[in-house]
Design a binder for this molecule. Structure first.
Ligand code: NAI
Length: 331
């Protein structure tokens, strides 16, 4: 039998946490033959609720779940973890300045970076979900210099999956037949959902989405804004932000990273830019990636048209500004 993998979920008493921990315990993230030990962190005001989640995990009698650590102590939470899913953060409240929210999250991610650097297992893989996800991941990377930059990522898979979903609805086809959309840039409304390389499995083989959706106006406008604004649409409908879809996307992200992407298929991940596609190095930016043997690689050589170029640059510009704002909170 395999040794259990220790998976940290921060903010585990929150909405996404509540959807995510049962998925992990059922093998959705790491596969049906991989035992897990869950480490759940939250802050003292949520300690009682966190303990309630732990009680439910016991009650669910998950065969793969070999242990649960539920704590408000960041060192205890981070000790020995192989995978860290960072969902905890400070939410933007009405009337708060952007800088104030950034400042709170910078201090959270700075201290959690130290705890991971000092106590996580060697080669721990980190996924930041909490917003501003790209910049929180960047701060985590800066303050955990002993963790390889390649091990620190942020979640844009939800946006990627939303884009697949929109194409499948539009064409009335199975979502599993659509692939290779791309989310470029920031997990924010400046992200660029790109269908120029996306294809659909049809009887005639792989057919470009652009050929099947003959309506360029829809693809160039409504499709893009629907994906960009989907988070707000969910809040309007549910009076709460996306949680089950975010949890599911977090599982997809880690599963593909650890177990690999299918031949001929890429996914979107926020990763440390090496300057590919003219994106400034040193940002955490969402790119198309393939994964193999536990490592991601940016898909190279895709042609970028003028329309796309402007959108890749605009979202990079926003990330550069976010980075500057985050650094201004450090001093
Ligand atoms: P939530 O407010 O229900 O849960 C957040 C939890 O984090 C709370 O239990 C809170 O006590 C905890 N927390 C706060 N500070 C913490 C700290 N320093 N250490 C540990 N835990 C801490 O929020 P929800 O809906 O679960 O969302 C979580 C985050 O995920 C938010 O930042 C949200 O904006 C983000 N998000 C990101 C998405 C993405 O695609 N990247 C999609 C959806 C949400």
């Amino acid at each position: 039998a395999k040794d259990p993998v220790r998976v940290l979920v921060t903010g585990a008493a929150g909405q996404i946490g509540y959807a995510l921990v049962p998925m992990i315990a059922r093998g959705v993230m790491l596969g049906p033959d991989q035992p897990v030990i869950l480490h759940m962190l939250d802050i003292p005001p949520a300690a009682e609720a966190l303990n309630g989640v732990k009680m439910e995990l016991v009650d669910a009698a998950f065969p793969l779940l070999k242990g649960v650590v539920a704590t408000t102590d960041v060192v205890e939470a981070c000790t020995g973890v192989n995978i860290a899913v960072m969902v905890g953060g400070f939410p933007r409240k009405e009337g708060m300045e952007r800088k104030d929210v950034m400042s709170k999250n910078v201090s959270i991610y700075k201290s959690q970076a130290s705890a991971l650097k000092n106590h996580a297992a060697a080669n721990c893989k980190v996924l930041v979900v909490a917003n501003p996800a790209n910049t929180n991941a960047l701060i985590l990377k800066e303050f955990a210099p002993s963790i390889p930059a390649k091990n620190i990522t942020c979640l844009t898979r939800l946006d990627h999956n939303r884009a697949l979903g929109q194409i499948s609805e539009r064409l009335s086809i199975q979502v599993s037949d659509v692939k290779n959309v791309i989310i470029w840039g920031n997990h924010s409304s400046t992200q660029y959902p790109d269908v120029n390389h996306a294809t659909v499995k049809t009887q005639g083989g792989e057919t470009p989405v652009r050929q099947l959706v003959a309506d360029d106006d829809w693809l160039n406008r409504e499709f893009i804004t629907t994906v960009q604004q989907r988070g707000a649409a969910i809040i309007k409908a549910r009076k709460l932000s996306s949680a089950l879809s975010a949890a599911s996307a977090a599982c997809d992200h880690i599963r593909d990273w650890v177990l690999g992407t299918a031949e001929g298929t890429w996914v979107s991940m926020g990763v440390y830019s090496d300057g590919s596609y003219g994106v400034p190095a040193g940002l955490i930016y969402s790119f198309p990636v393939t994964c193999r043997d536990g490592e991601w690689n940016i898909v190279q050589g895709l042609p970028i048209d003028d329309f796309s170029r402007k959108k890749l640059d605009a979202t990079a510009q926003e990330l550069t500004e976010e980075k500057a704002l985050a650094y201004s909170c450090l001093s």
